[in-house]
Design a protein around this ligand. Sequence first.
Ligand SMILES: C[S@@+](CC[C@H](N)C(=O)[O-])C[C@H]1O[C@@H](n2cnc3c(N)ncnc32)[C@H](O)[C@@H]1O
Length: 463
Amino acid sequence: MGMRQYKKIRDQTRKLTPESMNWKGKFVAEIPEGKALISGAYPNIECEVEFGRYSKKGIIAHPTEFESIPDYATKPLCEHFKSCGGCTLQHINLDTQCELKRELFLSECSELDFIKKYSDKIKIIKSDDEMYYRNKMEFTFQQEKWGDKHFGLHEEGRFQSIVNLDVCHLHLKIMQEVFAIVRDWFFESEVSGYNPWSHQGIMRHLLLRASKNTGSVQVNFICNSTYDEVPNLDELIEKLKKECSISSIYFVENRSLSDAVIFENVTLVYGDEYLIETIAHKEFEVAPQAFFQTNSSGVFILYSKIKELLENEGALGGKLIDFYCGAGTIGIFLSDSFKEIIGIDEVAEAIENAKKNAKRNKLENTRYIAQKVEKLIETSDLQNADVLIVDPPRVGCHQKARNLIKQIDAKYIVYVACNQQTLQENLVDFLAQDKYEIVDMVLVDMFPQTGHLESVTLLKRVA
Ligand SMILES: C[S@@+](CC[C@H](N)C(=O)[O-])C[C@H]1O[C@@H](n2cnc3c(N)ncnc32)[C@H](O)[C@@H]1O
């Protein structure tokens, strides 16, 4: 089993029947050599596949023929669906996507007693928007050494290969116009694209953020040069200002060798410092680097569900601690229902945003601390919390953070998870010694057309 075996079967064809989906939206079939990860397949339906690239995790397989096509199959809206790594589930209707994610969640967390007893009660809430929901997109410019230019998203599973996109149906429609103008400018002008192998070339990334409510777009050009070194950039900016609803344009000089979007040297070249987004009746300033949930209508569903779960328990009021608070969104959304809110995040800029957001919403009951949760030393302020929100990054909570969370002794913990693979391990820790029990779990499909999911778990202190 493993890489050597995968190498032997590369380019071969075989008939396979995938049994389940994984979090990347691929369909998994066990094979004698290891695992086949089939894109664009249907669970429990046999298909003929051609094997492609492989890694330790498995060998990628592309279906060429299906034994049958299920009723829940849909015609993908996007012409780039098969090659682009942005979406993986456009060939399946939204109800079935949600059901597949729910099943995967239940099997991922199958060790939890709550799941064993109440799996039927765990519901998944659909996103209001099936397409055109993302308020943030990161596109890549690239240029081959022989001159060919590319602009779009990464090819499925291939980090350095870019699929040229004419259109993207995942982001808000107000971003499409900006995308098209920048793309045409890139291909028609003499400006070069970055080459990740030689580290030469100018244009690296286009990061777009948009506010669904105000309908305006924040444009970030990430370049391997200074502003003045980009040919015809002024003309492009004038065109964008004239033809699109632009809130701001940032120029980011990024000379680092890493392919990630790094905000090394940031200049605001036009417009407002922040994009303004609204969730219910609260307004938020979104900085280029800030974390902000990417599905604008989904975030309202998610936060409203958190509030409803707490309300059902009579847990509103009192003191709320918002761990991993980012720009303070969850605490501020809930601020009318609590006397005191303390938010903690490791990113100092995020904490500055949170303070500004609290001020913008005229709140006087919030305090923020810029620190890693696991490094908090002075914790006396955090004691006697009524509710502790925990919304960690994909890696989950550090062991020291988990110890602190248990020590704080809050009456309720709300665990918001974007990575269900780290959730169970974290929850088992909180449930140890029967101090807490799970009261409810809700799933929210914040990311239609992809394998991702957001979950909310409410824990109550019982000892
Ligand atoms: C999933 S985001 C949640 C943000 C916010 N709750 C929201 O809904 O917009 C995770 C946040 O955790 C922060 N973070 C990551 N590791 C951290 C740590 N060790 N201590 C504190 N904050 C951390 C990140 O800066 C990010 O803002």
